[in-house]
Ligand binder design. Structure first.
Ligand code: ZN
Length: 240
């Protein structure tokens, strides 16, 4: 008997909703009819976050009409773990109010949550705080990690933050592994464009930058492998 073909699932996520990322990366996905998940910090719509312009209402409406998912990435992008230690209510408000704000402003449903910062929100209590408002929550890691199918823990979805130090062959290996083992890989990109910026925290170039030419090559590789690309919301529906 022949084994069923397993192909894995990939989610393309864009954290912080930078304007350049919209102009270059999201627009490229539109050409290929690929849907992504954009993690939006609700207070920064049309403003700057870490000195980089964030998409405004006009771009967000275009993003939604192209079928992408808008996920909440809190209101003010705090370190929720630290905030909750001082003020539990403030942390819960960040989780709940951001959803209401985005839904009201954009007239869309927000089903997914994305924790800000890398590995800083591993608290189970915090993850469970997202449950009354969202269908899933993602935590991001600097190291590659894969979610098993079927998905058992929708409030502990693992994402992998792609940085400038990850080469295309390395990323392609992750895609191959996802496909071979039939896993779910969430690739979290931040700034994708033609020009990098300075880091807001240290006198260095921003770590989470990918040149659009590399991004396009990487997406073309995923497409060439025939892997299903789903938004976070759709992956939860399909893989749970
Ligand atoms: Zn973020």
């Amino acid at each position: 008997m022949r084994k069923p073909v397993k192909k894995g699932v990939i989610t393309i996520a864009f954290d912080d909703a930078y304007l350049d990322t919209y102009r270059y990366a999201i627009k490229y996905l539109d050409k290929l009819k690929i849907k992504s998940t954009i993690a939006l910090p609700a207070f920064f719509i049309g403003k700057t976050f870490e000195k980089r312009p964030v998409v405004g209402l006009k771009e967000l409406k275009d993003i939604i009409s192209s079928g992408h998912e808008i996920a909440s990435h809190t209101s003010s992008h705090p370190n929720l773990f630290r905030l909750a230690a001082k003020d539990k209510k403030a942390a819960t408000d960040e989780i709940a109010d951001s959803k209401t704000r985005i839904e009201r402003l954009l007239n869309c449903r927000v089903d997914s949550f994305v924790f800000p910062y890398i590995n800083k929100n591993q608290s189970k209590v915090l993850r469970l705080k997202t449950k009354p408002y969202y269908k899933s929550a993602r935590i991001t890691s600097n190291t590659p990690n894969f979610n098993k199918i079927p998905l058992k823990a929708p409030y502990s979805v693992g994402g992998f933050a792609v940085t400038g130090k990850h080469s295309l062959p390395f990323l392609e290996k992750l895609v191959d592994y996802t496909r071979e083992k039939d896993l779910w890989l969430v690739e979290a990109f931040h700034l994708v464009g033609k020009k990098n910026t300075r880091s807001a925290h240290r006198p260095k170039p921003y770590r989470f930058f990918m040149h659009i030419d590399d991004f396009k090559k990487h997406i073309d590789y995923i497409v060439s492998k025939g892997i299903t690309v789903l938004t976070q919301k759709d992956a939860i529906k399909k893989l749970s």
